[in-house]
Ligand binder design. Structure first.
Ligand code: SAM
Length: 341
């Protein structure tokens, strides 16, 4: 006979509502921790459906809080749900959910920024990078102050195929401040085009799948949220180390309203800035008068490939930091001034 796991028909038994759980365990949101909760289970069901078919999936939920999204994930017929929550006040409420879903919910009291998911699920789930994604998903509604650094860390993990991506092309669905969701998915030439757009889109297929109005949360945050779905690409659009891509992209967007040669020039020491920037743009075949927002991922690929060659020719180049050069220069000026006095 097929087990309930393979049938994927599990439903949680009747439970106190999330509002009652919050009252029962005195889970008032802590403003300093930017805690905003989703209480409407129809909405959490809708969010979870956007992650795709979760039947028999292994799901890693980050920041479950009082457990609204957690309940919807459990009702989606998953094989196992692992939740990592930093605030110990939420653990008893989550334990109640775990008792209602025997063998399905694993609770870790910890920090998503340091938790190692790569050993948490069975080895048998691992897929080759080029294969279809594994049946492993990351879902989370974290505070905005955590979700942005976390996505940068996870994008680096995508590029190195480690961390959550040791299983293969693990899919992620995360909530961001709406403006950040728009930046992650912004197309070439749009107002929101930024460093995050390039970093996410060179490694993943990125979709802004849902906007959640601020009033859906308790307490209501000042801004709306955007839910973003990421599927790592089989072949990244730029084949250079993450830190190198990050440096080129960061410099390009340094002066976002100016021509791109201004920001890209900051990759090179002042003494040879003009010459090296000209060489970079010429070899990469990029028009110096394009604005950073007008550069495509393919432009960035050419720029990163040429910059990589220039770094190979000059081993000191990658370590060069224009802010450090400016600091040294102003220190010298200060020293000169104090000698004169
Ligand atoms: N997922 C719940 C919901 O949608 O109602 C709670 C959302 S609340 C915005 C964010 C949750 O993430 C809180 O429960 C908070 O304690 C937790 N959290 C914040 N930082 C965390 C971290 N570094 N590691 C794990 N959990 C964290």
């Amino acid at each position: 006979m097929a087990s309930s796991r393979t049938l994927g028909t599990f439903r949680l038994p009747p439970l106190p509502t999330i509002r009652e759980i919050i009252k029962l365990f005195r889970l008032q949101a802590v403003k300093q921790l930017s805690q905003n909760f989703l209480l409407d289970l129809r909405l959490t069901d809708k969010i979870v459906r956007k992650a795709g078919n979760l039947t028999n999936a292994y799901v890693y939920e980050v920041g479950p809080g009082p457990g609204g999204i957690t309940r919807s994930i459990l009702n989606a017929g998953v094989a196992e749900l692992l939740v990592v929550e930093k605030d110990s006040r939420f653990i008893p409420g989550l334990q109640m959910l775990s008792d209602a879903a025997p063998g399905k919910l694993r609770i870790v009291h910890g920090d998503v920024l340091t938790f190692k998911i790569e050993r948490a699920f069975p080895e048998s789930l691992k897929r080759q990078w080029e294969d279809d994604p594994p049946n492993v998903h990351i879902i989370g509604n974290l505070p905005f102050s955590v979700s942005t650094p976390l996505i940068i860390k996870w994008l680096e993990n995508v590029s190195q195929r480690n961390g959550p991506f040791a299983y293969g092309r693990t899919r992620m669905m995360l909530t961001f401040q709406k403006e950040v969701a728009e930046r992650l998915t912004a197309t070439t030439g749009s107002k929101q085009r930024s460093r995050l757009s390039i970093m996410a889109q060179y490694l993943c297929d990125v979709q802004h799948i849902l906007t959640i109005p601020g009033q859906a949360f308790v307490p209501k945050p000042e801004v709306d949220s955007g839910v973003v779905h990421f599927t790592p690409l089989t072949r990244p659009r730029i084949k250079q180390p993450f830190k190198l891509v990050e440096k080129v992209v960061q410099n390009a967007f340094q002066f976002r309203r100016k021509y791109c040669h201004r920001g890209l020039g900051m990759l090179f020491p002042e003494a040879r800035r003009l010459e090296s920037t000209g060489k970079l743009l010429e070899l990469a075949d990029v028009d110096p008068t394009l604005r950073p927002t007008q550069l495509t991922v393919s432009h960035f690929k050419s720029l990163c490939d040429v910059y990589r060659k220039m770094c190979d020719e000059d081993p000191h180049l990658f370590a060069y930091n224009f802010r450090e050069e400016l600091r040294q220069k102003s220190k010298k000026e200060d020293d000169k001034q104090s000698c004169r006095l």
